[in-house]
Design a protein. Structure first.
Length: 375
């Protein structure tokens, strides 16, 4: 067994202690299929061995019978309009739909990768489009936003994470998983454009394992949670997933041990993340993780490391650039539930055969569960 597989097994042994699950207050809810991409997952494999299409998921409490709704938008990957209007058009559509929510969302989380190459022109374009949304907005960066000028433009325009706020009985935390990449560019005398080019490669492999929180932010996370009840709901936003999905594409954070050691005492933690450009659900120990859609393009599922009950999205229609992408709405009800929806712009959602998703075709994309899930 190679070193990578041994690492995956170590992660599973460390993060999935026998008998531990996320809070039982969170359950999967069967609903009618409504022509939108909606959440599926690993809640009770014995009960949901053949999971139906569902469109909601309960993830947290609302305190004192209060209800609220918030929206998520991420991975817009904007180029200047002179180079690419397709990504702009899709972000415009998402912005209009979020602004048109009725009742309106209490706030918007932007989950990173607003720009494609970190160009101030791209970031200013994104800020202009987001300005149409009149609700409160909170921002976390993606690697595409950061590595041209090491976050200077992003921080000036949107503020620097980490941040936290409490809203109607839920503690929300925004993390920076992108800015702590090991410095290999200085010794190579790279220009800012060369550095950004390395970080922006689509499979995330050129720059090595750059995703992580770093020691100072880990201390901050521990301090921020220390004043919060161990059983009270926490929702953590990050660009990269906080668990091992596919390290080869930086679909993880390299300091996962430290992250999960901090989160271990808390029984009701949900991580909502971008970066993967696909609908995902996973449980490891007490942590549940939800992967969000992009507006730019749908990313293929990793050839190895996919959660066991993942149902692939149908391969995107190359003739319809609005296909298989979108944004997300989360509504916390006074009945202590959060209704969670992927607002995907397609009528048919999940693949019914491997070939439909491009996971078993001539491109050698062989979808298989995480190594630890197969043992």
């Amino acid at each position: 067994m190679n070193e990578r597989k041994l690492l995956q097994l170590e992660m599973d042994r460390t993060l999935r202690p026998e008998g531990e699950r996320p809070s039982s207050t969170t359950v999967m809810t069967r609903r009618t299929f409504l022509h939108k991409s909606l959440c599926y997952g690993a809640a009770g494999a014995a009960t949901y061995a053949l999971l139906p299409l569902i469109n909601t998921m309960d993830v947290a409490f609302a305190a004192d019978g209060q209800s609220f709704r918030f929206a998520w938008l991420s991975d817009t990957h904007l180029y200047p309009k002179s180079l690419n209007t397709r990504f702009v058009d899709k972000m415009v559509r998402a912005v209009k739909e979020i602004q048109g929510m009725n009742p309106p969302a209490d706030f918007l989380i932007f989950g990173g990768d607003l720009a494609q190459l970190g160009d101030p022109v791209e970031l200013k374009l994104g800020a202009e489009l987001l300005g149409e949304i009149k609700i409160k907005k909170h921002f976390i960066p993606g690697e595409h936003d950061w590595y041209l000028d090491m976050g200077k433009t992003w921080s000036k325009m949107f503020g620097a994470p980490p941040w936290t706020f409490d809203h109607k009985g839920v503690r929300f935390i925004g993390l920076d998983t992108v800015s702590h990449g090991p410095d290999y560019w200085t010794a190579r005398k790279m220009t800012p454009q060369e550095r950004m080019g390395h970080m922006a490669t689509l499979d995330g492999s050129v720059a090595g394992p750059w995703a992580g929180l770093g020691s100072e932010q880990l201390k901050w996370l521990n301090s921020t949670l220390s004043s919060w009840g161990k059983d009270k709901p926490v929702i953590i936003f990050s660009h990269n997933p906080l668990y091992e999905y596919y390290p080869q594409w930086n679909f993880w954070v390299r300091d996962w041990r430290e992250v999960h050691e901090i989160l271990k005492p808390y029984s009701n933690v949900t991580n909502i993340h971008g970066h993967t450009h696909q609908a995902l659900y996973n449980e490891i120990g007490k942590l549940r993780s939800i992967g969000m859609l992009a507006t730019s393009w749908p990313w293929p599922y990793a050839p190895e490391g996919v959660p066991v009950l993942t149902r692939p999205m149908i391969r995107a229609d190359p003739g319809d650039h609005f296909d298989a992408v979108g944004w997300s709405s989360l509504a916390v009800s006074g009945m202590a539930r959060v209704e969670y929806e992927y607002m995907m712009w397609r009528k048919e959602v999940f693949a019914t055969a491997p070939v439909d998703s491009g996971t078993e075709d001539n491109r050698n994309q062989i979808l298989s569960p995480r190594i630890a899930d197969r043992l």
